[in-house]
Design a protein around this ligand. Structure first.
Ligand code: MIC
Ligand code: SF4
Length: 641
């Protein structure tokens, strides 16, 4: 029987597990990436494992999130990461060189290989025919040491593309359409594989916009074949030798299928406050816009920004709109500078930002109170922009540029002739801001904000846990551990950052948790969707969270909970969620035996004779980790860095 593209890569990288069954599998990882907001933890963990040099084909450490240096903390993190990269054998992409996913695509991604990154948008490299997945920093640290990466054996969903995009409709509209159909839960447990005659009409950067936002579907990864378009991109990056042809067999079978005719798509927006809340932009044409932000790992490629510059050329941004642009990489920025497009952007009134994540993670450019902000980014969770009452719409660069000119949400098809951008024959290649692996004796530079890792206690056999918080569906890791310019500098200091746990939902959470000493959270479906930040597990663990009882979990967050000793349980009967209230005490007994036995077990409530039936769905490996109090404990590594 024929194989899908996904199956081919899974098979060639399988370490343990069975691809025919629904169990946990383990994969060999060829490349890793880390970024500065998750990387300090990953390297502290790598160091704690007493490993001396990375064992992958290539590992890269990027500085792109925490570049707003309002105090010593971020600069100290950069110095730590630079010294750790040199010592442990990792490439180091200096601040200003670009957003990790864009630079990785340009300079490192290779078809047919596996990539694990401590960032949820690592699947961006799926546009290159690579199996690229996001994970917590600890899993990436293990992979850097050549340990396998464990994940539930994924289902494969094929998206069959036919036709061709029409004028003013772009790759962002394709993934917004997929999000509209599948929702933010629709990809959980799946790899999304793109195929069909429409695929060859899309360039690698366009494909990567689509695979990037597969993270918003909750998918484990998204992938395109490696074909002539892939070769064209690699040739233009001076890397033709990295190309291989890789497609699914014609008779491959899939677990699920979806078909999209590209010629029927129209310009879309994701309305506040969820990336799947998608409608045509024409539904909102009278909506005033206060801010437009163009950039992020989703839409800041050379072609994206060239199209924006052509739309804005010779015109002026509406006086009531603030337009900010962050090019995805130094390569993109320098090409715009050398061909004059940057001048067109600046002349139009655009404000130029660094080639970093910037406003996407609330690092500056928070919009005005009650703003409507149109962003080419991938997440519009409430408050993520830094302005709690702002309404963020996600859109393509074409829609964003049109809004910047008119001051209203605008269907760009009303602007006349579309921009026409040629695919460059040669990108501008200058790797001087990527430092190669250095001397293994390089001393590690550790500023005062870089604190040792806390360890989880071993899981008790009997637990009496008060419910500290009860939540609904789709709680994000931004809800659990917010980001932004005030909190991100504390990423290397768990005691300090833990004070912000659930801060926007309950400002007293940290204080309450410390009073209770041990606690449990009740949640709905898709708990922990969004980013890979393990701080959303580490900080609650530090505050005494022992169990999360939810209807279902997002993959990366569930793995992070287990890695840091927090037991993830799901309801067997959905309606039991309604019976639970904050303050109630749940009693768990014989926990050790229960988590080592497949199937369900019961929790009892004080003052209620009806028990709550729950499942753990842990593999044997995961049960062992929990019994030991987390992955670092279970492998008996020393963490007194
Ligand atoms: C994000 O987009 O939320 C981030 C910031 O890139 C995160 C990583 C982090 O929290 O550091 C992600 O997507 O994993
Ligand atoms: Fe950076 Fe935003 Fe991409 Fe996350 S989603 S990596 S914050 S640009």
């Amino acid at each position: 029987m024929g194989q899908s593209l996904t199956q081919k890569i899974l098979k060639s990288h399988l370490v343990t597990g069975d691809l025919e069954e629904g169990n946990e599998i383990a994969l060999r990882i060829d490349q890793t990436l880390t970024q500065d907001a998750t990387g300090t933890m990953a390297f502290l963990q790598f160091e704690a494992m007493n490993l001396s040099r990375v064992q992958t084909e290539c590992s890269v450490s990027y500085i792109d999130h925490n570049t707003l240096q309002t105090g010593f903390e971020n600069a100290d993190d950069h110095a730590f990461l630079q010294s750790a990269a040199a010592r442990f054998g990792v490439y180091f992409s200096r601040p200003g060189n670009g957003i990790c996913h864009q630079v990785h695509l340009e300079r490192f991604a290779k078809p047919g290989k596996t990539l694990l990154g401590s960032d949820s948008h690592t699947p961006t490299a799926g546009g290159m025919g690579m199996l690229a997945m996001g994970a917590g920093g600890l899993d990436v640290a293990v992979a850097m040491g050549r340990g396998p990466f464990y994940l539930p054996n994924p289902k494969v969903l094929r998206v069959w593309l036919t036709g061709q995009l029409t004028d003013w409709v772009s790759a962002k509209d394709i993934i917004l359409e997929v999000l509209r159909i599948l929702t933010v839960k629709g990809g959980v447990g799946k790899i999304i594989e793109y195929a069909g005659p429409g695929v060859k009409t899309l360039t690698v950067p366009e494909r990567s916009t689509i695979t990037n936002m597969g993270a918003e579907l909750g998918a484990s990864s998204s992938i395109f074949p490696s074909d002539e378009q892939t070769l064209r991109f690699l040739e233009a990056q001076g890397r033709a030798q990295d190309w291989i042809s890789l497609t699914a067999d014609e008779d491959a079978t899939y677990d699920e299928e979806l078909a999209i005719d590209l010629s029927l798509l129209v310009p879309m927006v994701a309305q506040p406050h969820s990336p799947d809340n998608v409608v045509p932009v024409s539904d909102h044409v009278n909506q005033v816009v206060n801010q437009v932000a163009i950039g992020s790992c989703t839409n800041s490629s050379y072609q994206d920004l060239m199209r924006v510059s052509q739309i804005l050329k010779g015109k002026h941004v509406h006086p009531d709109v603030s337009l900010v642009i962050s090019p995805g990489s130094r390569q993109v920025l320098s090409m715009l500078a050398s061909n004059g497009a940057l001048t067109d952007l600046l002349d139009s009134g655009a404000r130029l930002l660094e080639s970093t994540c910037g406003p996407c993670i609330g690092m500056g450019q928070s919009p005005v109170s009650q703003a409507v902000s149109v962003r080419t980014f991938n997440r519009n969770f409430k408050g993520r922009s830094g302005t709690q009452d702002a309404s963020v719409f996600l859109a393509s660069p074409e829609v964003a540029a049109a809004c910047a000119l008119t001051g209203f949400l605008t269907d760009p098809r009303t602007l006349g002739l579309p921009p026409l951008v040629d695919f460059p024959e040669r990108f501008r290649i200058d790797d001087s801001m990527i430092l190669p692996p250095g001397d293994p004796t390089t001393p590690i530079r550790r500023g005062p904000n870089i604190r040792p890792l806390p360890l989880a206690p071993a899981l008790n056999d009997t637990l009496d846990l008060p419910i500290i918080l009860k939540l609904g569906d789709n709680v994000t890791t931004d809800d659990i551990m917010p980001a932004g310019s005030k909190i991100l500098p504390l990423r290397s200091n768990i005691p300090a950052i833990s004070e912000y746990t659930f801060h926007k939902i309950d400002a007293q959470f940290a204080a309450k948790a410390k009073d209770l000493k041990q606690s449990l959270i009740v949640a709905g479906h898709n708990y922990g969707q969004g980013s890979s930040r393990e701080h959303a597990a580490l900080a609650p663990m530090y505050l005494g969270l022992r169990v999360v009882l939810a209807q279902s979990f997002a993959r990366i967050h569930r793995a992070n909970l287990i890695n840091f000793g927090i037991l993830p349980l799901t309801f067997v009967n959905e309606e039991d969620h309604g019976r639970l209230k904050p303050g109630m005490i749940l009693h768990l007994s014989n926990v050790h035996q229960a988590i080592q036995t497949p199937g369900s077990f019961v929790l009892t409530l004080s003052n209620d004779p009806n028990p709550i039936l729950v499942r753990h769905d842990l593999s044997e490996r995961q049960a062992k980790i929990l019994l030991a109090g987390g992955l670092l404990n279970s492998t008996k590594y020393s963490v007194d860095a």
